[in-house]
Design a protein around this ligand. Structure first.
Ligand code: 23J
Ligand code: MN
Length: 263
């Protein structure tokens, strides 16, 4: 049975019956990193940088390779539960110990493009999710919830971080919504197109950074800086999203792929 399923899957991959959508942004020195408020003395994440060791030259006549440097939470990346203080006592909560079953899972896509365009501080409510469920069915346990804003299309413009004197203005969640998803839907985690899984003004929400606080507190994961969510169906995609196996890592840049029904 299972062997037949994988055989059918292999042929669907070959014939285009299953398509792969890359949800990963290109990592470069221009990749935006999270600007946290500066007034509290909080540490800063290094941006991505790359230094060539050799490129078929005197440092290595037949080989090209680079040294890399970046924060764990740079570009399209995975947040492990250990990332937040509320998740610090879970078992298998870091990049090297998370069960790999979490890395292959179904995804639902909730479209909030119009709302985010009209209001960059849009916060998704529980009612918004319930309305989505009335059209597409209940979010299944063990699924990723992807928050579509088309915000990834703003990368390279001021509008992406949308930073003003009072901080960033990007969409996110009402605290009750992440509590609902974590407790009443038992999802794997949430994925967003913005630089982090919380809204731009999350340092003034209660609790601060509610998505990080409540999701990681419930041993759930996160995905940030996704792109191409506009190419996914509302239900029916399978996500492959795995962090690097960094010992006691809190997260890492990840290659995130979606399998979707093809022709
Ligand atoms: C640390 C503190 C606040 C936030 C974040 C990290 C992230 O967004 C992240 O990448 O995990 S909001
Ligand atoms: Mn992160």
């Amino acid at each position: 049975m299972t062997a037949d399923l994988l055989k059918d899957f292999a042929s669907a991959l070959l014939t285009g019956g299953v398509r792969i959508v890359d949800l990963t942004a290109t990592l470069s020195p221009e990749t935006p990193t999270l600007p946290l408020p500066t007034e509290f003395g909080w540490g800063e994440s290094w941006p991505f940088s790359m230094e060539t060791i050799s490129r078929y030259d005197e440092k290595g006549p037949a080989w090209y390779w680079n040294n890399l440097r970046c924060g764990e939470h740079t570009g399209t990346h995975f947040d492990a539960p250990i990332h937040w203080v509320t998740g610090k006592d879970h078992e298998n909560h870091a990049t090297d110990t998370l069960p790999p079953e979490r890395f292959v899972a179904p995804a639902v896509v909730i479209d909030a493009v119009a709302e985010s365009e009209a209001n960059p501080d849009f916060l998704m409510s529980v009612d918004f999710i319930r309305d989505w469920e009335s059209r597409h069915g209940e979010i299944p346990a063990g699924a990723w919830v992807l928050y579509r804003t088309d915000w990834s299309k703003k990368v390279g413009t001021e509008g992406y971080l949308n930073q003003h004197g009072d901080g960033c203005h990007t969409p996110g969640w009402e605290p009750a919504t992440v509590a609902f998803l974590a407790e009443e839907r038992d999802i794997i985690g949430v994925g967003v197109e913005t630089v982090g899984t919380d809204c731009g003004q999350a340092s003034s929400q209660e609790p601060i950074f509610p998505c990080h606080n409540l999701m990681h507190g419930a041993n759930k994961c996160g995905l940030a800086s996704l792109c191409n969510l506009d190419q996914l169906p509302p239900t029916g995609a399978i996500l492959i999203a795995a962090p690097l196996k960094i010992r006691e890592g809190s997260g890492s840049p990840a290659r995130v792929l979606a399998l979707v029904p093809g022709s």
